[in-house]
Each structure stands twice: as C-alpha cells, then as structure tokens.
Design a binder for this molecule. Sequence first.
Ligand SMILES: Cc1cc2nc3c(=O)[nH]c(=O)nc-3n(C[C@H](O)[C@H](O)[C@H](O)COP(=O)(O)O)c2cc1C
Length: 317
Amino acid sequence: MIINPLKIGGVTVKNNVFFAPLAGFSDASMRKICLKAGAGLAFTEMVSGKGLKYTPSASSELLFSYDDETVKAVQIFGSDVSVMKWVASSEHLKNFDIIDINMGCPVPKIYNNGEGSALLNDLDLASKIIKAVKSSGKAVTVKFRTGVTENKLVTRDFAVMCEQSGADLITVHGRTRNAYYQGEVNYTEIESAKNAVSIPVIANGGIFSKRDADVLMDRTGADGVMVARGALENPMIFSDILGIKPNFTIVDLIKEQTSLIKERYGNSRGAVIFRKQASYYLKGVKGSKRLKELIFASTSIDEVCSILTSALSKSSF
Ligand SMILES: Cc1cc2nc3c(=O)[nH]c(=O)nc-3n(C[C@H](O)[C@H](O)[C@H](O)COP(=O)(O)O)c2cc1C
C-alpha cells in the first residue's frame, strides 16, 4: 500500500496506518509500542460520554497517555447530544487533538442503550452528535460499521451524513453489527463510502498481515487502514506494513510494555492487567495452552514478561 501522511482537520499524522480503539487493550502502554512499531495514529479505547460527565473518576484512567504520544486521539461513545457536546469541550479531553466517535460497537449493553452501532439506525441523531462534538473545535472522526444487518447496509448514506455533519475523517469497519468480528469484510461497501465523500476514509477489518493491508487498500481505494486484532497478536505488523526494518523486536517491545505497566500499577496488579494481552502474544506459539496457564497463575508481571519473552525468543514468530 502507499504510505502517506494524512491530514485530519487541522492535525497531520505521520502515516495512514492506524492502531484501532480496543476496549481492554489499547491503553497507553499498548499505544506507545504500536506507535513505536510505526503506527501513524493510535486511539484510546471507547470511553463513555455519560461516564465522563457523571462518574469521571471511573473513566479517567482510560484517558491516561504518555507525553511522547504527540498526536493524541480519544474515542468516546454516547447518544445524548448535550452530554456529548459537554464532554467534547470539557477539561477531561483537553489533552486530546482528535475525538473519534464510536458508532460501531455491537455489544448488547451499548446497542440496547441506543449507543455505538445503534446509531446506524438513526442518521439524524448521529448527525446531531457529530455536530455537537465538532463544536469543541477539535478534529472529529467517526468509526462505524456497514449496517446493523446484511439486508440494510447504510455505509454510503452514513458516510455522506458524517461528512455533511463536519467529520474530518471516517473509519469504516467492513462488517455489520450482526457479524460482530467474524466473516468477510465487505470491500464494496467501504469503496462506496470512499467514492461518496472527500474526507479521508480509513478501511478496517481483517488485517493480520502486510498482504491483508495491501488487499484492503487495493480493493476499497481507501486512504489508509486501521489494524485491530492483528496488532494485538503482533505490534510489529505496523513495521511490516510500512516496509521498515526497525532495530528492535517484539521481545523488546514486550519488555518495554511490561515495564511501563509495572511502573504505573505495580508488579502484582500489573500481572493481572497484562494477562489478556499476553494471551494474544502467544497466539500460534507452540505450547501456548500451558504457557497461558502459567501466565494466568502468576502474580508478577516480571514473571509474565519472562515467560512470554522466552517463549517468543524460541518461536519463529
Ligand atoms: C476486544 C475488542 C475490543 C474492541 N473495542 C473497540 C472499541 O473500544 N472501540 C471501537 O471502535 N472498536 C472496538 N473494537 C473493534 C475494532 O476496533 C475493530 O473495528 C475490529 O476488531 C475489526 O478489525 P480487525 O478485524 O482488524 O480486528 C474492538 C474489537 C475487539 C476484538
């Protein structure tokens, strides 16, 4: 794929290969190593607008970022226009340059509340939310799916609505709400969004290798790609896609990540926080079942790091 810097409203990011928002995973440490591996931009996980307004202490940890994250992007979700407007201009988001609005989350708790992918059913409300967030004066992006069900795809209309409401970039996850995270990515739908708007369009879904990124770009004509689970399995995917050969390995990145988590949360709590991510790193590694058992039994992130790095040093990964 062609690697370019990308302009998002008044913000320029160094390249068009993004790390996705991932609840429970895209914390400051994970974003830091993905950016180091080459990602052009990384988003926080989805943060509730209502949560930030009414119980900010519960959500504030999700907003933590390191100073060297030079362009900071937060993702928020919600369906209450006045709350979203308030949050976007609030002190809570003052450090962020870009606000992404989640209009794709499929989980019942969110959908049944009229948030996330439920907004695919209500373009008027979605438009009001985008305008409300845009009134903050920050760059605003929207991440959405192709529709709720296969027989009612809304990608093109939704993309046009986003642009007309003031969005500076859209990310299209080429699956419906009903498909969750499985199945084919609908290239044609992403392409229809790209052809309908003049703001940048980022294609998302199913990138687990450089080749997947090349195919997604080629088939959709998108301006860039967003990698989610592929980066959880191996953050070095960003270097691969960019075609750069860094002077560090995944083992170095894991050492850096675990030391950041330890510094912030301590050895014991850090072990618990890092477990799920550690399992992703072990995907495809020989003996991973036993290694995961050891990791889940461990109460020290130092130990988890050493189990993981020794396994990955031995594997051909
Ligand atoms: C565990 C998990 C958590 C996710 N959390 C978020 C989230 O907070 N916000 C969001 O917009 N998408 C979220 N997603 C969706 C991803 O950002 C992405 O759109 C999806 O996984 C498709 O990309 P992939 O096929 O490269 O994984 C999540 C996905 C997974 C698997």
